[in-house]
Ligand binder design. Structure first.
Ligand code: MG
Length: 362
């Protein structure tokens, strides 16, 4: 690669942040971590900053400060939920490319954020394995010829569990069969809300309308996603389920860097399975489509309601099957607003949190 890239890591102590730092650690001649931000884990963040010679920021405004007080080539955004939006906008304002892991940024404010990035000539470099796969399939100018995007989904831990999921415990929902991730995204994977968010994310990242984005269940998590082009050819990206492959590509794009990671052994795998998702078992996929059809700030309502519901489930305040119920109720009750400013996104999200804290009864 041409020069050492400066990287800011937001959400440095989370699972994506630590994997990003692992990639930076493996290639000190290519990357330099200049600032790390974390919401709470002060000791961990300080220790990592000392190791990398980076500045540490901890607290509510840490991510925005890390962006405004430092310059970098790439800002990696992997904070949890709604909190990713302001620092992403701040980084775009400063002309940094965005390596995006926090899908809520696209789910809640995709139209606004991508318009802002176009205006500033800033690129989104997807970190999510599915979007990285599509990004890799499109390398070389393929975006002009896209017919369909096909997102793969592992199906999570409840793919084959007998239909009644009301007795699912927090420990069961946090036990993902393929990926080690933070608690929010692990629960979202088990409900397939995560896949719904990824449909929304793909819609904005690649500017493809939602009716041309499909989801297919692929339990082995080897094929990370596919693109079908208008001539009937389909390209896929395959690799072992290790999120560092996608993170590293986001940082090295348009180049690649050699790694010592284990490559794919198809003969040892033997088979790859695919099937359609079961809409009865995974109502969240339907709710995402409904929110999209409602337009305006409905997807912000969806994401805020899911954020509240997943935390309430982890805290033992609601049951597992209450998660889609909470989301559906909020989509019904929330005031319909258009979504032409970031303030409207936050107002919708605030309405949801206020409504659920005061009105939700089990
Ligand atoms: Mg993913």
């Amino acid at each position: 690669m041409q020069k050492r890239k400066k990287i800011i890591v937001l959400g440095a102590t989370g699972s994506i942040g630590l994997n990003t730092l692992d990639v930076i650690r493996s290639h000190p001649d290519c990357f330099e971590a200049v600032a790390l931000a974390a919401l709470r884990s002060k000791e961990k963040c300080d220790a990592l900053a000392a190791e990398f010679g980076a500045k540490a920021y901890v607290g509510e405004d840490a991510a925005v400060r890390a962006v405004t007080e430092n310059d970098a080539d790439i800002c990696l955004v992997s904070t949890v939920g709604v909190s990713g939006i302001r620092p992403t906008l701040a980084a775009i304002e400063k002309g940094m490319d965005i390596a995006l892991a926090t899908k809520e940024v696209m789910v809640m404010a995709g139209e606004l954020v991508t318009a802002e990035a176009r205006r500033r000539g800033v690129r989104f470099l997807p970190v999510d394995s599915e979007h990285s796969a599509i990004f890799q399939c499109l390398a070389g100018g393929g975006e002009r010829f896209v017919d369909r995007l096909i997102l793969t989904a592992s199906g999570g831990p409840f793919l084959d569990r007998p239909a009644d999921l009301s007795s699912v415990t927090v420990a069961e929902a946090l036990n993902h069969p393929r990926w080690k991730m933070g608690p929010k995204v692990t629960v979202d994977s088990s409900t397939m809300m995560n896949k719904g968010f990824e449909v929304l994310e793909a819609r904005w990242l690649f500017d493809v309308p939602p009716e041309r984005i499909d989801v297919v269940v692929h339990p082995q998590s080897i094929v990370h996603s596919l693109v079908t082009f208008n001539d009937g050819a389909t390209l896929a990206q395959l690799s072992p389920p290790d999120m560092r492959v996608a993170i590293q590509y986001a940082l090295t794009w348009p180049d690649r860097l050699a790694s010592t990671r284990e490559a794919l052994d198809l003969a040892a795998l033997g088979r790859l399975d695919f099937r359609a998702p079961d809409p009865g078992r995974f109502p969240c996929l339907r709710l995402v489509k409904e929110a999209l059809a409602m337009g305006g700030c409905a997807t912000a309502v969806l994401a805020a309601a899911d954020e509240w519901a997943v935390q309430a489930f982890i805290d033992g305040r609601i049951g597992y099957t209450d998660i889609p119920r909470v989301v559906e109720t909020c989509l019904e009750k929330a005031p319909r607003t258009d979504c032409s400013s970031i303030e409207q996104v936050f107002a919708s999200s605030d309405w949801v949190f206020r409504y659920l804290e005061t009105q939700w009864k089990r």
